[in-house]
Design a binder for this molecule. Structure first.
Ligand code: ZN
Length: 199
């Protein structure tokens, strides 16, 4: 135990394991929170509690949300006929931050992998294909990683849509994706979306 007592030390240890933080920033945060108990700490504790109880996957797209259907899927203005397929929720949030895409999403939660025995069912691909046909989707943008598994997944989805009226496109090459879109600035994300090409 360091100076603050068991619970305070446990809080610092947990915080230090969060992405982007370490022991030093964890100590600063905990001290700052305690000094702002009424204005920040109580509110943070209540929000953590609520999000822990309520956060779930959107039943339609797989986004992480605090309701059954996420605000993007529920927004009628976003029924543009475009669906952007991403591997990870972090990619969806990065694309949203760029404000370049006004359609809807499908989060796979991974890629097809023979090695790890991840098949189309595990990624909700059959559900995606029926959603595409039912919702009158005209363009599917595959924002998937340039890895072998990412490209295998892209080809699988493109093949499943062959012979339909749906246009299948991909982001401009050279864009890191698969949880890494978040490291790009908003302008680069928007440019990659604008420069998408037909697969
Ligand atoms: Zn959704």
């Amino acid at each position: 135990m360091e100076g603050g007592g068991d619970d305070i030390q446990a809080l610092i240890t947990l915080m230090a394991r969060l992405p982007g933080l370490g022991p030093r920033s964890a100590r600063r945060i905990v001290l700052s929170l305690i000094r702002r108990r009424d204005t920040q700490m109580v509110q943070l504790a209540q929000l953590l509690d609520r999000v822990a109880v309520n956060s779930r996957e959107c039943l339609s797209c797989g986004n992480v949300t605090d309701r059954d259907i996420c605000p993007i899927c529920a927004d009628p203005a976003r029924a543009t006929g475009e669906i952007c397929v991403v591997e990870d929720v972090a990619d969806l949030w990065a694309l949203e931050r760029g404000r370049a895409f006004r359609g809807r999403y499908h989060v796979l939660g991974g890629t097809l992998s023979a090695l790890d025995e991840i098949g189309p069912e595990d990624l909700g691909i059959p559900r995606l294909i029926s959603r595409i046909h039912e919702d009158g989707v005209t363009e599917v943008i595959l924002a998937l990683n340039a890895t072998v598994d990412g490209q295998t997944t892209a080809h699988y989805i493109a093949d499943a849509l062959e012979g339909s009226e749906v246009a299948v496109t991909g982001l401009a090459q050279g864009v890191p994706i698969g949880g890494e879109l978040d490291y790009l600035d908003d302008g680069t994300i928007s440019a990659a979306l604008r420069a998408r090409r037909r697969l």
